[in-house]
Design a protein. Structure first.
Length: 368
């Protein structure tokens, strides 16, 4: 370090930062207050996304270890929780955007075309890091490749397209490493490397399914007539069958069924016996991941409502379907469906199957 005293404006590079709100004219004085607001909000969004990417990479790399150091899970929870907060901050920025009227925005909107928020390379990086599959992406136009929107006019590579290409080649997704980490969870004291593990997991799932069925059938309902009672009974039996189908991974490809089944067993096991010392931080991490994805979904929904409020359902500047496109992303862009689905089959504590081999999870026993 040099002997020069640090000053606030130099440490933050404030002069450079405050000179960047100049639009395509290169002159801030030529812009309206609303256009400067629009630029500032989106620049702040990109800075929040930069922080989110750093945290997602850190937690991804931690969970990619085998085994994952138990002491590192607390930092993983903090990282994921920070990303969840960043997504909430992104959503809250739309309230600032909504201080503009439709007419205010239309005064400079044409300058943006054909630019679009779809071209945010960092947003695409977040999606890639989380684990959004290419097959789940919604094209901007009929048959268009989502990567094409990230290239320069004429199809040459751009900083955005190169950034995304690097991210796609930069390692597994968070969804992938979470699934692998979960699949190694000891269930009723049994780990995947132990003899008879598949049988032990199978016995746990059979016991859990039976407990779930008993709990569902014991639910008190108050139908008004015989026909309604029949509908309620059918719905309960459908819930029981659906839980068994989920837990036994009957919806998974046959070659992946055993792995998916073990992963889902781990989800309900961790949540069910979360008081065990070895499971406390894993449960906290899973809950943080659900909160993070919820924050991302809320951000997308809030984005759609802001756009609809500002400009209705007109075509987006980048040629997308505008609000309809944004609404579809909120519905389809989900990467942790099993973490959400597991909530449907969880049981109250009194209904859970008995725990075996508690000593594996850090509980003291009465044995000498």
């Amino acid at each position: 370090m040099s002997g020069k005293p640090t000053v606030y404006w130099e440490y933050l590079r404030l002069e450079e930062l405050l000179s960047l709100q100049v639009g395509i004219e290169g002159d801030e004085s030529a812009l309206t207050d609303d256009e400067v607001l629009f630029i500032v909000v989106h620049q702040i969004d990109e800075l929040w996304l930069k922080l989110a990417i750093r945290e997602l990479v850190a937690v991804r790399d931690t969970l990619d270890s085998d085994p994952v150091p138990e002491a590192s899970l607390a930092q993983g929870v903090r990282s994921v929780s920070r990303v969840a907060l960043l997504f909430r901050m992104l959503a809250e920025h739309f309230a600032v955007m909504e201080t503009m009227t439709t007419r205010d925005y239309l005064a400079f909107r044409d300058k943006l075309a054909p630019a679009s928020g779809f071209q945010s390379a960092q947003m695409r990086e977040v999606e890639i890091l989380l684990g959004l599959a290419d097959s789940d992406r919604i094209a901007l136009g009929e048959g268009s490749d989502w990567r094409a929107a990230l290239r320069n006019t004429g199809g040459t590579e751009s900083p955005a397209s190169r950034r995304v290409a690097r991210r796609m080649a930069g390692g597994p997704s968070l969804a992938d490493v979470v699934a692998r980490w979960l699949s190694r969870t000891p269930i009723q004291g049994s780990s995947p490397s132990m003899p008879g593990d598949a049988e032990q997991v199978g016995r746990f799932l059979d016991a859990y399914c039976e407990a779930h069925a008993r709990a569902q059938r014991a639910i008190e309902t108050f139908p008004r007539n015989e026909a309604e009672q029949k509908r309620v009974d059918e719905r309960i039996e459908g819930d029981i069958a659906g839980a068994r189908r989920f837990l036994l991974a009957e919806d998974a490809p046959e070659d992946l069924r055993a792995t998916v089944m073990r992963t889902r067993a781990a989800l309900v096991f961790i949540e069910s016996y979360r008081e065990l010392p070895l499971l406390a931080w894993p449960r906290a991490l899973l809950d943080a991941i659900v909160a993070m994805e919820q924050g991302f979904v809320v951000f997308r929904q809030r984005h759609a409502r802001m756009v609809e409020r500002m400009i209705g359902r007109r075509t987006g500047t980048g040629g997308s379907a505008g609000v309809d496109y944004l609404d579809q992303t909120a519905l389809r862009y989900r990467v942790f469906p099993d973490l959400w689905a597991a909530r449907t089959v969880l049981l109250e504590r009194a209904a859970m199957p008995p725990l075996e081999h508690a000593e594996v999870y850090g509980f003291a026993t009465d044995e000498p």
